[in-house]
Design a protein around this ligand. Structure first.
Ligand code: PAD
Ligand code: ZN
Ligand code: ZN
Length: 397
């Protein structure tokens, strides 16, 4: 009896290995095109890369569209540290190609948005009712890998690192199950890809992080895709006055179309812009947003909100080497200073709802997309951003 028992255990063991093998046998390495950033301050190279099959609790996605975000550009210019060589991009949408063992959240054929802020649902942050920066995020320690510490991309025999848990600048990508969410099958992916970053970030900064109130006065510094999404959020929350601030006056028409009641260019004033804003608003705005990613504009945003009740939100990602120095009196008088990733939204919970609101025309997302290019023209897309010509360029695969 005891020998028989031993044999059957061994048999079971053999079967388990075999069944694992048969599951993975049909999932091939995919060879496809991706934009690889080999070095800082260099253009992207379109390369043939190998994309390994998803392991357990991972998902391989065929990308359909991806936006170009200021944060991708911060990596290229070295302000935001990432492990290179890497496949950047974090504002995409696509269709699930295959899933690893144990995946239940999505299945092949589902339309999905990869999530640059994961939501594991189990950590202390995910369980907190307000917080969203899941412990699996690792923003301050960017390893450029899957959660298991390895990469799924290789090129010319070298491992290529992931970026922001998403790496959307590739025809195929692999993400952890905690970094992807299913969206409405009818959603236009070449538009809702922006929910993967800009829209959620700016809109949530207004409605969720600052909690803009009806009738209030707001200032948004930086009118790129993120700042304009904050303008959309301020308007949706019922702000009476929304002042857009940018050094590029070409951004003003779009800002006004989206809800800015007036726009100002700091270069047209002798005084610092926070003084100008305080004078314009009888002492300071109720809510201010920094959507540039520079230390000086963060201080301008803080200073321009009312000293007794103003709330200022940092959205922009600052150069990693720079620190802020402020006079504590700015806060002692009663200001609140906040910051958030991804608009403070819990990603898995909020992204499908935001997509639904866009499809119901409650959020004018289309206006943020100024250019569409084939994926291979990614460097042209970054040139448009550098020259202040685009709000969002969407690359199509
Ligand atoms: P963008 O480059 O499209 O927009 C930046 C805007 O700021 C441009 O319109 C500039 O003209 C303007 N600008 C530059 N300097 C000044 C200045 N001194 N005063 C006023 N305006 C100025 O970038 P974006 O909209 O994609 O991103 C904006 C920032 O938000 C950037 O720092 C990015 O890294 C950050 C970001 N944060 C999150 C997050 O989760 N917190 C997510 C996505 C992007
Ligand atoms: Zn978590
Ligand atoms: Zn982004």
């Amino acid at each position: 009896m005891s020998t028989a028992g031993k044999v059957s255990k061994e048999k079971k063991f053999t079967f388990d290995i075999f069944s694992h093998y048969t599951i993975n046998k049909y999932k091939n390495v995919i060879k496809c095109k991706a934009a690889v950033l080999w070095d800082l301050k260099k253009p992207f190279s379109i390369e043939e890369v190998e994309v390994a099959p998803p392991k357990a609790y991972e998902v391989r996605i065929k990308m359909v569209a991806t936006g170009i975000c200021g944060s991708d550009d911060h990596v290229v210019n070295g302000h935001f540290v990432a492990t290179l060589p890497a496949i950047l991009g974090h504002e995409g949408a696509g269709i699930v190609e295959s899933i690893g063992e144990g995946v239940t959240a999505v299945k092949p054929g589902d339309k999905v948005i990869p999530l640059c802020v994961p939501q594991c649902g189990e950590c202390i942050i995910c369980k907190h009712p307000e917080a969203n920066n899941c412990v699996k995020m690792g923003l301050t320690n960017p390893r450029g890998t899957m959660q298991d510490g390895t990469t799924r991309f290789t090129c010319k025999g070298k491992p290529i690192y992931h970026f922001a848990h998403t790496s959307t600048f590739s025809e195929y990508t692999v993400v952890d199950e905690i970094s992807v969410v299913k969206i409405d099958a009818a959603a236009p992916l070449e538009k809702v890809c922006l929910v993967g970053c800009a829209l959620s970030t700016g809109y949530g900064s207004a409605v969720k992080v600052a909690k803009v109130t009806p009738g209030s006065t707001c200032a948004v510094i930086g009118l790129g895709g993120v700042g304009l999404s904050a303008v959309i959020g301020c308007k949706a929350a019922g702000a009476a006055r929304i002042i857009g601030v940018d050094i590029n006056k070409d951004k003003f028409a779009k800002a006004k179309e989206l809800g800015a009641t007036e726009c100002i260019n700091p270069q047209n004033f002798q005084k610092p812009i926070h003084e100008v804003l305080k004078e314009m608003t009888g002492g300071g705005v109720d809510f201010s947003f920094e959507a540039v990613g520079q230390i000086d504009t963060m201080l301008q945003a803080l200073s321009c909100c009312h000293e007794a009740f103003g709330v200022s939100v940092i959205i922009g990602v600052p150069p990693s080497s720079e620190n802020l120095s402020v006079n504590p009196m700015l806060l002692l008088t009663g200001r609140t200073w906040k910051g958030a990733l991804f608009g403070g939204f819990k990603s898995k919970d909020s992204v499908p709802k935001l997509v639904a609101d866009i499809m119901a025309k409650k959020i004018p997302l289309d206006l943020l997309i100024t250019h569409a290019l084939p994926f291979e023209k990614i460097n042209e897309g970054f040139d448009l951003l550098h020259h202040g010509k685009s709000i969002r360029t969407v690359l199509k695969f």
